[in-house]
Design a binder for this molecule. Structure first.
Ligand code: SAM
Length: 272
């Protein structure tokens, strides 16, 4: 339904966990502690576009407070897996899932109870207007937004190939196409988010959270190359042969000597 399979989300989960900014995670944990000291109740957290719950699996053990989670996604199959994602974390007092199209949902209602709204690898899919609506729903004293792993347009591969730059440009154009919210922000997401959070009165902290992939992650890199080739072809079908040749060369390098790659991401924490 969403185009994000559980297999793909599982394949990227380790790279995501390694990439996340330790500084932003630590600042979120300190904010959570301060917030629960004020409210005297478990921290209410809403995870938007939760997939199978990998954001919760990363974050819950690192927040030193009791927690109530609401996991939201429009894909019922992913949500069924997410419903089990809190197992084993003693700090989670409640976990609810909700099937919702975030592009259409009234965000005020969905987020009414949340102290912390979070999302992982979602914001590059959304349109500028959706972030404006989110800010209007969120910007109240005592609340925070943690948006991690937004792709920022950088991708570099070892053993550089002259066609890499063409593919990167096409992929970045594909990133800007409609993913269900209207024309997506793609690589502009983190900058747009920071600007609008500040305009709404938030304090903002941002940091790089790049994927650093080595030869040991051949399966993930293979999936990435396939996804990039497909996205590039969708934008420039007349370049299909050149893209297929690039894809074949890159797979050959991966197979023979391994690749290292960097995929640029940003984490953002905003608090009001
Ligand atoms: C790149 S995946 C990230 C999943 C998860 N946050 C993670 O980090 O593993 C994007 C997620 O957003 C969800 N999504 C995309 N568009 C959505 C929409 N309009 N409403 C609700 N969920 C959506 C997808 O189903 C998918 O689970």
């Amino acid at each position: 339904m969403s185009g994000f399979s559980a297999d793909w989300l599982s394949l990227r989960a380790d790279a995501d966990a390694r990439a996340r900014s330790a500084r932003i995670t630590a600042r979120t944990a300190a904010w959570a502690l301060a917030r629960t000291r004020v409210t005297g109740r478990p921290l209410a957290i809403a995870d938007l576009g939760c997939g199978t719950g990998s954001n919760l699996r990363f974050l819950a053990p690192r927040l030193p407070v009791a927690q109530r989670w609401l996991l939201a996604d429009h894909d019922p199959d992913l949500l069924a897996l997410a419903a089990r994602s809190g197992a084993g974390c003693r700090r989670i007092r409640e976990l609810d899932v909700v099937a919702v199209d975030l592009a259409a949902a009234p965000l005020d209602d969905l987020l009414a109870d949340a102290d912390l709204v979070t999302a992982s690898a979602l914001f590059d899919l959304v349109a500028p207007g959706w972030i404006v609506r989110l800010m209007a729903a969120l910007a109240r004293p005592g609340r925070a937004l943690l948006a991690v792993l937004s792709y920022d347009g950088r991708m570099t591969l070892s053993a550089a190939d002259p066609f890499d730059a063409v593919v990167r440009r096409l992929v970045n154009r594909h990133q800007r196409t409609d993913k269900g919210f209207g024309a997506a922000l793609g690589p502009l997401a983190a900058d747009w988010l920071c600007r609008h959070a500040r305009l709404s009165g938030a304090h903002v902290l941002t940091a790089l959270s790049d994927w650093q992939l080595g030869p040991g992650e051949a399966e993930l890199q293979q999936a990435l190359l396939a996804g990039w080739a497909e996205a590039a072809c969708a934008i420039a079908p007349r370049e299909a042969d050149a893209i297929a040749a690039w894809h074949a060369r890159r797979l050959e390098t991966l197979r023979r000597q391994g690749l290292t790659s960097v995929v640029g991401h940003r984490d953002v924490l905003a608090w009001w």
